[in-house]
Each structure stands twice: as C-alpha cells, then as structure tokens.
Design a protein. Structure first.
Length: 600
C-alpha cells in the first residue's frame, strides 16, 4: 500500500508545514531518508514527550508492549532483547516473544507489537518462524483492529535480490489484517547495529506516547552503555593471536580448506558449540589499488576524520559485493541512462543476470565517471561487514582457544579473478603470531540438547562439518551417553575428507556411533549426503522416533533444501505419512528444537 503525500487532514501538521515537508522529502533518496529517520530518533530521545505529539487512538496504558522476533542465527533475537531492555527503562511493560511459539490468540492480544525478523535464502523467514508466517498468509489469520499498533524492523543483506523480504511481508500483512502502522518499516543491512538502535529509539518513543510513559532514564542508558563497553563485540573486537593455520585438503585437491586456531587468552570470551566467530577482515591491498586506478583517485587523498582514502578502502568499506543501494548511488553519480534503465522494475531479470559474478569494480569500468570525488564514492559504499564462521571447537576441550574451518573462496568470472574477502585474508595475509580482530556471535538456535542421553544426528558436508567437530568434543567432555551419527560429504575421499583422523578415532572409541560419508566425484554418478539419508531411511526414522535431534549446517541455496526434501521423503515413506503430514512432522521437530539448521 503506497503512502500518499502529507496534508492537513492526514497529519498533525499545518497545511504550510505539510507542503514544505513534502517538498523536502521528494528530493531525498533511501539512504538520506534512513539518515533523517535516525536523526529525528536522536532528537526524540533527548526531548521530553509533549501532549501535542501523542498519537491518536491511543490504547489503554495498562496493555503491555509485545517485542516479537524471528531469528535464524540470533541477530534478530539480540535486537529484540535490546528493544525490550530499552522499553523497560522507559517504564513500559514488556513481553518478549519468539515467532516460533506465537499463535493466533497471541497475535490478537498483541495490541502493541514491535517486531524484528531476519530473512534467509530467497526471501524466506527463519526456520522457527515458518509456522507463524503460514498463519499470517492463511485464511485463519485473525482480523486486527484500530487498537492494534505495530512497527517492523527487517534484518537482511542488500546484496540479495529479496532484501529483507520477511520484514516486508510481515509489515504488509499486518496492515492488510487491519492493524495500524505506528512507524514506517525499516530495512537494515548486514551492518545493522546503528540502524537497529535508531529504530528502537524512534519506535519506543511512539509506543511510550501511546502508553503515556515517561522519557527514558539517562542513568539506565548510561549503565547499559558502560556494560556494553566492558565486553568485546562487533564494534569492539578482541585482537586474537593466530596460533595455527593448517591445510585440511591434500595438495592435489581442487579446493583449499584451512583449520585456523586463534587464542582467546585474557579475553574473557566464552562460547558454546553452535556459536560462531565474527572475523573483522581487511580488503585485499592489490584489489584496493585496482579500484583506485579504475576511479583515477589518489590513495593518499584525505577524508573526513583524518583518514586517507586507501586506508579507508582497505579497512572500513565493502568494496566487492554489489548491492542495490550502491547501484542507485552510482546511477546518481554517473547519470548513465543504461544503468538507470537496468534499475527499472521492468529490467529486474536482466539486472539479476548482469550482476551474476560481478563486483563493484565491474560497475566502475562499465559505467565510468570522469572526475569522481573520493567522498562521493565513499558515501556510496556500505561498511565492511564481519564474516561469520561456525566454531569448530569446544571450549571444554580447547580452553583459551577457538578453532575455525575456513573454505577459501577463489574463482574467475567475466575474465577477472575473484577472491573471498575474509577467506583470502586468512589464507594469504595472516600467519601465526599475527592478530585478527574477532568477536563471538552467540547462536541460541543451534545448540546441543540439554539431555546428554538424547541421540544426535549431524548433517554437515564440506565446511558445514565445523560445528559438529565442536559438538563431538563437547559430548566427549561431558561424557554424554547419547548416540551420535554424522553424515559428511565432499568431493573426493582421498583429498577432501576433512578431519578424517578425528572422525575415525571417535568412531573407534564409540563416541561416534555411526559415520556415513558421500564423496561426489569418486564415482561416475555423483553421490551427496541427501542420498545417504535416503539409503539409511529406516534407521534414521527409528532414531527420530527415539527422540533424536537433527542438525544441518552448510550451504543454504542447494544443500539445505535438498537435505530437507530428503528428510521429508524419509518421514513420508518410513512413517506412512502423506506430504502434508510429513511436513507437519518436521515442523513439530522444529518447534521442539529437535530440527535445527545453521545455513548460509
């Protein structure tokens, strides 16, 4: 539903104010509007709430604020927890809810709803939120009234075509069900922290007005800031010494996979199997120089805050991955008619095909600009986001250390060699004794069962096997009695059997009850882990019926859907279910936290 222009009749503004604001907003692009929203949120946080700004149709002050989240890796949940904490500091009554257990009656009761949801794959909601989204889309979705107010924050990655699609779907559907949008939806890119904080403050200011609550307590906010500063985080990473970097493939492999060990000595950082490490990388210096040459800019050109252009491109900005916001900005800078045409909605498929395998430098060369200013180019870029790697160790087995399994990304497209930013940073420019900025990214949705007697089935081809090394180390340290079954796959047994000696040793000692492997290139017909699942269908179903927990880690585009379909086939055939009942069986496992996925 489109938003019409402001007027005296649809806003608290005078006719003159509405006219001037409409004129000002018409000249702003998406990036400028997002900045303005944060600026206004900052003003709201500093100013006392006035009666004149109270939203009409205010709900009774006794109703709680529902902070709802749908989270795959924990980021959306973390933002929701931050929002709930800030709401309580404002004196609001808060209920923090997970979409995984949020039903029809819950939605009807949530007259004040503040929702945070991430997007994965091709615009899909998190696994745990699938049931909630099915409810919203179906005929059983409840009708909501004018007393229902909501605000939505979407988390996503602007390099994907369906950026923040889950947030967009939720925002649109709540409105169509009759609820009132209290604040405009905000879509946050991978560098989401500042955007999320601004959304929290501006949204809570609006909900506080509805509830008649007081302004935030500065003392509480300061205390929160002090607590945050005392820990290592994405914005304040720990400098971890590199202990070891070892190849996991043989020299004749056509892949490069590394086992990386980092020291956590004196960091105070704790983690659990299933968590991830965020690596704050640097861009390839050779690529930075290539970019500067394409722009015809001097790397020593000064920027704001005393930085030099080359240093900023090396450390601070994403200069490879293409995003829609960058293309929009470059279209403004270049004023190129062909680029503008590609960005039209009618050219969506053509643009998708053109972007395939291309980076920012390809855009600069295809749509060159004479005399572009350094500051203009920098403003078109997003911040360099950290890269997350599943932890491949248990702290119980490797105290003061954290281990990673890194698949090095190198390929060629459109006549140019391409390299993964973080993977080649670790492979080519980091050696033992160097320091790497890191933080722990906790994942509450990919965890071993509390019951050590529960059976565990782990499906992890390639580097997706990393967390299962951590799982087995942890199960061994805890002397867990439950059976453990690993499905592993890669290209060739001789060159690509990652951690082979460890799996076989655990198989020998009995910690690893079963080990099934699939090496796709070792025979004429390719064999994958999903094929092994189908081969072991009867035993696998017995394990599930006996209470086994299922874990899947790895590629989200092909492996995870293929494995999911194989699981459906196993359940349907072995349990005598039809398609709908098999899908319901898997959904029930997800609700029970017995089917967990960490896919990327």
């Amino acid at each position: 539903m489109s938003q019409g222009p402001l007027s005296e009749s649809n806003s608290p503004l005078s006719a003159d104010q509405a006219h001037r604001l409409n004129a000002a907003l018409a000249d702003l692009d998406a990036r400028q509007r997002a900045w303005l929203q944060g600026y206004l949120a900052g003003l709201d946080a500093q100013a006392p709430v006035s009666e004149a700004s109270v939203v009409s149709s205010a709900s009774p002050p006794g109703e709680p604020l529902t902070v709802l989240f749908g989270s795959q890796t924990g980021n959306a949940e973390g933002v929701a927890e931050q929002a709930a904490a800030r709401a309580r500091e404002r004196g609001l009554e808060v209920e923090l809810k997970d979409m995984a257990s949020f039903g029809k009656q819950d939605l009807k009761r949530a007259t004040r709803l503040m929702a945070v949801v991430s997007t994965q794959g091709d615009g899909d909601p998190p696994d745990g939120a699938l049931g909630f989204y099915e409810l919203l889309a179906g005929r059983k979705a409840p009708r909501l009234g004018e007393d229902h107010h909501f605000a939505v924050l979407g988390l996503g990655d602007a390099s994907y075509e369906y950026f923040c699609e889950s947030g967009k779907v939720l925002d649109s559907r709540l409105e169509s069900l009759g609820a009132q949008r209290l604040c405009a939806r905000v879509d946050a890119d991978v560098d989401y922290e500042d955007t999320a904080s601004q959304w929290i403050e501006s949204t809570l200011a609006a909900f506080a007005e509805l509830a008649g609550a007081s302004a935030p307590d500065d003392g509480g906010s300061a205390a929160s800031t002090e607590r945050a500063a005392a820990t290592y985080s994405r914005s304040h990473p720990f400098q971890a010494e590199v202990l070891e970097v070892q190849p996991l493939n043989t020299e004749d492999s056509d892949k490069q996979t590394l086992h990386v060990e980092l020291s956590l000595e004196e960091s105070g950082l704790d983690y659990l199997p299933g968590d991830a490490v965020g690596i704050v990388p640097q861009n390839d210096p050779a690529y930075v120089d290539e970019l500067l040459a394409a722009l015809r800019l001097d790397g020593e050109a000064p920027l704001e805050e005393g930085r030099r252009l080359r240093d900023a491109l090396l450390r601070d900005f994403e200069i490879t991955t293409l995003t829609r916001p960058f293309l929009n900005q470059w279209a403004e800078i270049s004023d190129d008619a062909e680029l503008r045409r590609l960005l039209d909605e009618e050219s969506r498929d053509e643009l998708r095909d053109w972007l395939q395998g291309r980076h920012i430098i390809d855009v600069l060369e295809r749509f060159p600009v004479e005399g572009v200013e350094a500051e203009s180019f920098i403003r078109a870029l997003r911040k360099l986001p950290p890269r997350l790697y599943s932890i491949a160790s248990s702290q119980a087995a490797a105290p003061d250390e954290v281990h990673l399994t890194v698949g090095v990304v190198r390929y060629e497209t459109h006549g140019r060699a391409r390299n993964g930013v973080a993977t080649t940073y670790l492979a080519d420019r980091v050696k033992p004794g160097d320091q790497v900025p890191i933080y722990i990214d906790h994942n509450k949705h990919f965890k071993l069962p509390d019951d050590d007697s529960a059976p565990v089935v782990m499906i992890g081809p390639g580097t997706g096997v990393a967390p299962f090394r951590a799982f087995l180390q942890e199960r061994e340290a805890r002397d867990a009695s439950g059976d453990n079954w690993l499905f592993f796959g890669d290209r060739r047994r001789r060159s690509d059997f990652l951690y082979q000696a460890e799996w076989l040793q655990w198989r020998k000692t009995g910690l690893l009850t079963r080990l099934d492997v699939a090496f796709s290139r070792d025979q004429q017909d390719k064999v994958y882990v999903q094929d092994r699942l189908r081969e072991q269908a009867a035993t696998l179903y017995e394990w599930l019926q006996a209470g086994a927990y299922l874990y899947v880690c790895g590629d989200a585009d092909r492996m995870a859907p293929d494995v999911h379909q194989a699981l459906l086939d196993v359940i349907r055939e072995q349990g005598g279910h039809d398609e709908e009942a098999a899908a319901e069986y898997l959904r029930d496992l997800q609700q029970q936290k017995r089917y967990q996925r960490d896919v990327y």
